[in-house]
Design a protein. Structure first.
Length: 306
């Protein structure tokens, strides 16, 4: 570790005073060195706000987040809800499905997202096998996400069968977001990645949504559900619906951020809209970096100390 230069030392043209006193590595949202006036305190989104938005007919967005930089950017963009999803299994850890991911693997990601945000309500997914056994197991798992991770709510997959878990969680003071339709943790039971709720199954899905609302869920994710069924669910529920492949009539919409921003360069579901092409941009940047290092172009005097 280098000691700061004396006060009368001549500054290097390639070095600023910030280099002498600040770590080159980010440890959280950047703050200005000095500010003449403090801005008004930033308040986090709360569940009553989401309910009020449904009553007013205002739609809102939710994105997944798994790391500090993405979370900070989405928070600054005004995304009111961030989900630390078990989709981290695919998008962070490289698993083939969401089934292998554990509580211990998700907890550090939850902590990173919570620490990096000031506005967003952060929801943590309960991974497969961590809540299905009993309401007691669900409370134990969710308590870890609230206490150790700092999450503001949890999400679980399933309908009426998991109403007891939802009631127990809400009774313990833990807000619950439900997840119906295509539930990735049940992919082997439902026969893979398939639209759910078509035909007569639509009535069962509506019944599940009403049951989870009755159990105390504050919102319901509808994944890969026919648009007309999602519209009916949205109209019948007093709590918000969050669509992902469920048509335009849900109260909110969610996407996996790597899909939304084009970092995932492979196949994506039909419902995904890419709003950027970060995958190709990152590939170009990495190739250019490699080329400049090989050719001796980088580092140059501008990026060296004297």
């Amino acid at each position: 570790m280098t000691s700061p230069a004396p006060r009368d030392a001549e500054p290097s043209p390639h070095r600023t005073s910030a280099d002498e006193v600040q770590s080159p590595y980010r440890t959280g949202p950047s703050e200005p060195a000095s500010a003449p006036a403090q801005p008004a305190p930033v308040k986090r989104t709360r569940i009553p706000q989401l309910h009020a938005m449904k009553e007013r007919g205002e739609r809102w967005a939710m994105l997944t987040a798994y790391d500090t930089y993405a979370a900070e950017i989405f928070d600054e963009a005004g995304i009111p809800v961030l989900l630390v999803g078990d989709s981290a299994a695919n998008n962070v850890y490289g698993y083939d499905s969401t089934l292998p991911i554990t509580v211990d693997e998700l907890l550090p990601l939850v902590r990173a997202v919570v620490r990096s945000t000031r506005r967003a309500l952060v929801v943590a997914d309960l991974p497969f096998g961590s809540y299905q056994v009993s309401p007691g197991q669900a409370v134990e798992t969710a308590t870890r996400f609230m206490k150790e991770g700092g999450a503001h709510a949890v999400k679980l997959e399933g309908g009426r069968r998991f109403a007891p878990q939802t009631e127990a969680l809400v009774g313990a003071g833990i807000p619950v977001m439900a997840h119906l339709g295509f539930t990735p943790q049940s992919e082997h039971t439902i026969g893979g990645y398939r639209v759910q709720g078509r035909g007569g199954a639509g009535e069962a899905l509506i019944a599940d949504a009403l049951a989870m609302q009755e159990a105390g869920a504050f919102a319901v994710v509808l994944e890969m559900v026919p648009a007309d069924v999602a519209k009916r669910v949205t109209a019948e529920l007093a709590i918000p619906t969050v669509g992902i492949g469920a048509g335009p009539d849900c109260d909110a919409q969610v996407l996996v951020w790597q899909d939304m921003a084009g970092l995932n360069r492979g196949r994506t579901p039909r419902f995904v809209k890419r709003y950027a092409n970060l995958g190709d941009a990152l590939l170009t940047a990495a190739r250019t970096f490699g080329s400049e290092v090989r050719d001796g172009v980088y580092p140059d005097p501008e990026h060296s100390y004297s």
